[in-house]
Design a protein around this ligand. Sequence first.
Ligand code: ZN
Length: 390
Amino acid sequence: MDFNVYLPTRVLFGAGRLNGLHTQSLPGHKAMVVISDGKSARANGALTRTEEQLHMAGVETVLFDKVGANPLKTVVEEGAAFARANACDFVVALGGGSVMDAAKVMAMYAPQPGELWDYVAGATGKNKPLAHAPLPVVAITTTAGTGSEVDQWGVVTNPETHEKIGCGGMDSLFPVLAVVDAELMTTVPPKLTAYQGFDTLFHAVEGYISAFANPMSDMVQAASITRVGKYLARAVHKGDDMEARENMAFANTLSGWSMVTGSCTSEHSMEHALSAYHPGLPHGAGLIMISKAYFTHFINKHACDGRFVELAQMLGMTEAKEPMDFIKALGKLQKDCGVDNLKMSDYGIKKEECMLLAQNARATMGGLFACDRVPLTDEECAAIYEKSYC
Ligand SMILES: [Zn+2]
């Protein structure tokens, strides 16, 4: 029962909690507020409300509004330069996983000399230690997806090298404060709600079957998975169902803690390869596409039979007895959420790419392969892509 626990992010959780941001002790006087390049944060009032809260607390703000899905290295570099040019002393991320990830990496890179990739570990990164502490980050999540508001990583894509890679990872990159307010999530459209909800689910499921599972991570993941099983379809079909949205918001924060107390596995490496080559593919959709073949592989290898039965039960199949019942429960949830017919070919993925993707997954995000209970070869990895292909 050996494990470490370090969950340093203060979390304001609950519907309407954004309204209390101004009462918090904030980590600076001038914030770069980071939002996506879309319309939602302006249209639904979240940006105005956040700026008002910061101004009430005596904080000056500047806005960086250029972060797209699967955020690019160039956008992170531009955001970091913007923070430097405006002498910002902290960063406020207002958005989903892409915005929070990009904002964290901007906060990491803004005070450093040299290139961003100097500070990236893995693949072509130079893995240099930081010369200066990152700027503090406040993360306000507007989606129930990655749990990025409570972890110390940011995933960034380098399109030149096809690397979609986790940057950061140091203790100083945990957000100092997170706001998880389900009222901000009611306008997320059904498809995105489903993709993000499945990302939440897979963070927790991967952790539950990983080689680094421990009593603390088991507890966090079980609480997350049970909520996804009970509430995701409701949140997809009725966006203003606050009970469903709040429970999914909590499942999401738990899925962030899942990565902090435990780990994801190679399924995430495999998805990163897909969206590194095909940036139009949403992260959650890519995970859904490969999920059945991926988990079936580990079931066939008897990686952890009892845990797969427990996972099926957590998803609501109380009568589950066989490990493959998890695949049935997963398939049912995908159908209930309207995401059971996603096709790789719709995103321009070709069947011939399977081995290239397998090799990219290991070269870029090889660390997560070490978290699998049973080693996964490149050939097996390519076969999972092939079985998932349609
Ligand atoms: Zn994820």
